[in-house]
Design a protein around this ligand. Structure first.
Ligand SMILES: NC(=O)c1ccc[n+]([C@@H]2O[C@H](COP(=O)([O-])OP(=O)(O)OC[C@H]3O[C@@H](n4cnc5c(N)ncnc54)[C@H](O)[C@@H]3O)[C@@H](O)[C@H]2O)c1
Length: 337
C-alpha cells in the first residue's frame, strides 16, 4: 500500500507530538482511537517536509526540536510564508525566516506531499489562507487545524474541481473542551432536560493559548466554540465558551471549567459545575491521523463527498455541521471497514 505523504506547516507543540506519535505507533496501538482507518495504520503516514518561520527553528533539523529519535529526525525545517503580524514568542527569536508565495509553491511541487497540514499559530489568518491557495496550486489537499476560515464555499469548489480536499476549520480535539461540552448537552437533551444557560471557560499554559489571548483571536475562537456547542440542542439557550486565561504553569495542559443550568419536571433545577483537565497537543493527534487516513481512502476512490463527514468529525467549524454522535457514526461507518 502507498504511503500517505504529508507536509506540516508550523513545527510547534502539535506537530512535535504528531511526529512522536507516528514513530511510537510503529510498534503499538495503545492510546489510538482507531488503529486502522480506510485500511491504513499510522505507519502508512510519512512526512515529506516541514515548514516554519521561527528563526530558531528554520534551518535546523526535526531531531534538534524533538528529543526522541524518529524516522524524520534528519528532515530540515524549511521556511514558510508569512502574511501576518508575527506572534510575540516567535518575534523574540529575531527576524523571521520566510519565502515568497511562489518560492513556497515551488518547494511544495518539489516535496510533493498529498496533504498540507496546517498547524501554524492562532491568529495567522492571512498566512493560512495563502497556504490553502498554495496547496491548491501545487496539487495537494489541505487540512486546517487553525481557526482561520479556509474551508469555505469557493475554496471547497476549487479543491473539488482538482479532485482534492480542503478539510477544516479549527480542529476539535478528541476529548477536549468543545467535544465534551457538546456530548453533555446532547445527553441532557436526549434525557428530556431543558438546558437554560451554560458556560465553558478554558485556561491553558502553552504557546497557542498565549497567542489566543490577542483580543481578535480570542473573540473569533469564542464565537466558533459557542456556535459549535449550540448545534447539540434543538432550541437556543444562553451559552458562552472560550479561552479565558493563559497560565504558564499549566504547560501543555488545559483546564476547562463548565457550568450548566437546566430545568426538569415541575421546573426543578439541575445544576452542573465541573472541570476537565487534558493535554492539548496529544488531545488533537488522534483526530488528525484519523482524518488524514480517511481522506486518503476517500480520495483514492475519488469519493470527494466524504469531505463533509471528515470535516464534521474533525473540526469545530466545518462546512456542514453534524451532531457529535452522528458525525462519529458517519465517520466510522465510512472508514472503519
Ligand atoms: N488540541 C490542540 O492542540 C488544538 C486544538 C484545536 C486547534 N489547534 C490549533 O493547531 C495549531 C497548532 O497548535 P500548537 O499548539 O502546535 O501551536 P504552537 O504555537 O505550539 O506552534 C505553532 C508553530 O507555528 C509556527 N508558525 C507561526 N506562523 C507560521 C507561518 N506563517 N508559517 C509556518 N509556521 C508558522 C510557529 O513558529 C510555531 O512553531 C494552532 O493554530 C491551534 O489553535 C490545536
Amino acid at each position: 500500500m502507498d504511503k500517505i505523504k504529508i507536509a506540516i506547516l508550523g513545527m510547534g507543540n502539535v506537530a512535535s507530538t504528531l511526529v512522536k506519535g507516528i514513530e511510537f505507533y510503529k510498534n503499538s496501538i495503545e492510546g489510538l482511537w482507531h488503529p486502522k482507518i480506510g485500511g491504513f495504520s499510522l505507519y502508512d503516514i510519512t512526512i515529506s517536509a516541514v515548514y516554519d518561520i521561527d528563526p530558531s527553528k528554520v534551518g535546523t533539523k526535526i531531531g534538534q526540536i524533538i528529543d526522541h529519535r524518529t524516522d524524520f529526525s534528519e528532515l530540515n525545517i524549511l521556511p514558510g510564508i508569512s502574511e501576518d503580524v508575527t506572534p510575540v514568542r516567535v518575534a523574540k527569536n529575531g527576524q523571521i525566516k520566510s519565502v515568497s508565495y511562489n518560492e513556497f509553491v515551488n518547494s511544495l511541487k518539489k516535496t510533493k506531499p498529498e496533504f498540507l497540514v496546517n498547524l501554524i499559530s492562532s491568529g495567522m489568518e492571512k498566512s493560512s489562507e495563502k497556504y490553502a491557495k498554495a496547496a491548491l496550486e501545487a496539487g495537494c489537499s489541505f487540512f486546517n487545524a487553525t481557526s482561520a476560515k479556509t474551508a469555505t464555499g469557493q475554496a471547497l469548489k476549487e479543491f473539488q474541481s482538482k479532485e482534492l480536499m480542503i478539510l477544516g476549520d479549527d480542529l476539535m480535539s478528541q476529548f477536549g473542551g468543545t467535544a465534551f461540552h457538546r456530548g453533555m448537552i446532547e445527553f441532557m437533551t436526549n434525557r428530556g432536560i431543558k438546558v437554560q444557560k451554560a458556560y465553558q471557560l478554558d485556561v491553558g499554559g502553552n504557546q497557542d493559548t498565549m497567542n489566543t489571548m490577542a483580543e481578535e483571536t480570542r473573540e473569533k475562537k469564542r464565537q466558533i466554540k459557542t456556535e459549535s456547542i449550540a448545534i447539540e440542542a434543538p432550541y437556543s439557550f444562553r451559552s458562552t465558551a472560550g479561552t479565558t486565561e493563559y497560565a504558564e504553569q499549566l504547560g501543555d495542559s488545559r483546564v476547562s471549567y463548565y457550568w450548566m443550568e437546566a430545568k426538569g419536571f415541575l421546573n426543578s433545577t439541575i445544576e452542573m459545575d465541573l472541570s476537565l483537565k487534558t493535554n492539548d497537543s496529544t488531545n488533537g493527534c488522534n483526530v488528525i491521523v484519523d482524518s488524514i487516513r480517511a481522506a486518503k481512502n476517500a480520495l483514492s476512490k475519488k469519493d470527494l463527498t466524504k469531505a463533509d463527514v471528515i470535516s464534521a468529525y474533525a473540526f469545530k467549524n466545518p462546512p456542514k455541521k453534524m451532531h457529535i454522535r452522528e458525525c462519529i457514526k458517519a465517520f466510522e461507518d465510512a472508514f472503519l471497514n
